[in-house]
Design a protein around this ligand. Structure first.
Ligand code: IMP
Length: 434
């Protein structure tokens, strides 16, 4: 089975933990979009790892990790992460494949990201300032530099031209300092010396692996509502974290995706600007933030928090064709006497139940809630479905009913073991669990 695990909200849903949990059942974990704007946090035996560019499968020896053509790669960030992993005893060499078609994030992309945000002023996106947007702009503008260009002797002259033109454009745009294109080129050649052995045609690599009976987990970054096409544009990231990104970002056919798992928190968060219909700006929101430790893994920014939004979840279920939900951080709801679940939006005189595509309409939406009872007995650390309190069962059943997708995994704590895979769910079938 080849399974996609992707975010069904605004990112930070806990994908890292879920991918880490499922990895032992797969030969390969492949990232298909985004870059080091992602922060996938995994706790193993109490130790915390934050993976940014490296697929979350890297913590399992024997798993091969793939960075697809849809990812934008900052070589310095990649090497920094690999050095950190190696210092912790995680061997990376021989287990990493990087697409020759992946685009590079160059030093000036970070500067352009910061500049573009400053120019937008009040309308800023709230990016992670990692150069992600400008790198994708260069890709779509057909002036990007790809990983494979660095190692191809027959492209040397074209590479030199591209670096010179891009750096000259940067110098015109930024103005207050002059970057030397020769220095940028030298750095790129230096990067190739380390990166070269990992670089391959990822589509071909994955096709051969599948033909040899190996299974692939496709790992999404960010979330459906941050998707460039299906998210809250323009308050989104610059790639497709939704299911289509698997095909375009790795060069795999749609029929090579056998199942789709959507990761959602039992409430909702967002970091950065843009609409969040169920946002709580009061003490309850602060309580969720503190209990859920909702501070950005990459930037440390406080995350905005709100109640679970089934309108968002249904939007994600439809676009991605979700077979199952992994519901994370259920334990954060421990101690609340009432748990609202948003089931529609009041917009003027009507109640709508589908997520609007227009930012103006979305900003005017007021959530309509079903109110469920909280639970007195904590769910934190519960590892068997039947041991959850009755009200938590009721909450999960309600989520399934209003979203229309079964909950296959429930996460009740940060540790790998604080997780319930529901028997008889699609997830149990994928991994052969009983
Ligand atoms: P960018 O991806 O850095 O361009 O940022 C665009 C938007 O996506 C901002 O609102 C970021 O906060 C958000 N974003 C990017 N990556 C992540 C992530 O991994 N988790 C949550 N939000 C993210």
């Amino acid at each position: 089975m080849n399974i996609a695990v992707l975010g069904a909200q605004w990112g930070d849903e806990g994908k890292g933990k879920i991918v880490d949990l499922l990895t032992p059942h797969f030969s390969i974990v492949a990232r298909y979009q985004g870059g080091h704007n992602a922060g996938h946090t995994v706790y193993v035996g109490g130790a915390k790892f934050v993976l940014r560019l490296m697929p979350s499968g890297i913590l399992h020896p024997g798993t091969t990790c793939v960075i697809g053509n849809g990812v934008v790669v900052d070589p310095a960030a990649l090497f920094g992460e690999i050095d950190q992993l190696q210092a912790l005893g995680v061997e990376v060499d021989g287990r990493l494949v990087v697409s020759n078609r992946a685009h590079l994030i160059l030093p000036y992309h970070r500067e352009l990201d910061v500049l573009s945000e400053a120019r937008r002023g009040q309308r800023r996106i709230g990016t992670t300032s990692r150069g992600i947007g400008p790198a994708y702009e260069d890709k779509i503008g057909r002036r990007g530099i790809r990983v494979g260009d660095l190692g191809d002797p027959s492209s040397a002259a074209a590479l030199e031209d591209a670096v010179r033109e891009n750096v000259e454009t940067r110098n015109r745009l930024i103005g207050d300092s002059h970057l030397d294109w020769r220095q940028v080129l030298d750095e790129l050649r230096e990067h190739w010396r380390r990166m070269g052995p990992w670089v391959q045609d990822v589509s071909l690599y994955l096709a051969r692996a599948r033909a040899a009976g190996q299974s692939v987990l496709y790992e999404g970054a960010q979330g459906t509502l941050l998707d460039i096409d299906h998210g809250t544009y323009p308050y989104v990231t610059s790639s497709n974290g939704t299911i289509g990104g698997v095909c375009t970002g790795l060069g795999v056919p749609a029929r090579a995706i056998d199942g789709v798992l959507g990761v959602m928190k039992a409430y909702i968060t967002r970091v950065g600007d843009g609409p969040l219909p169920t946002e709580l700006t009061d003490a309850t929101g602060e309580r969720l933030r503190q209990l859920g430790n909702e501070f950005g893994a990459v930037t440390g920014r406080p995350r905005r928090c709100g109640w679970f939004d089934a309108v968002v979840a249904r939007h994600a279920a439809r676009i991605n064709g979700l077979d199952a939900i992994a519901l994370t951080k259920l334990d954060v709801l421990d101690g609340f006497t009432e748990i609202p679940v948003c089931v529609g939006y009041r917009l003027g005189d009507t109640v709508i139940t589908e997520f609007p595509g227009e930012l103006g309409a979305l900003s005017a939406c007021v959530p309509v809630f079903d109110i469920l009872p909280g639970w007195a007995r904590p769910t934190a650390g519960v590892r068997r479905f039947e041991d959850l309190p009755g009200e938590a069962h009721r909450y999960l059943a309600h989520v399934e009913q209003v979203v229309g997708v079964p909950v296959g995994i429930v996460s009740t704590g940060a540790d790998r073991d604080d997780t319930i895979v529901r028997p008889a769910s699609p997830v149990a079938a994928w991994i052969g669990a009983r």
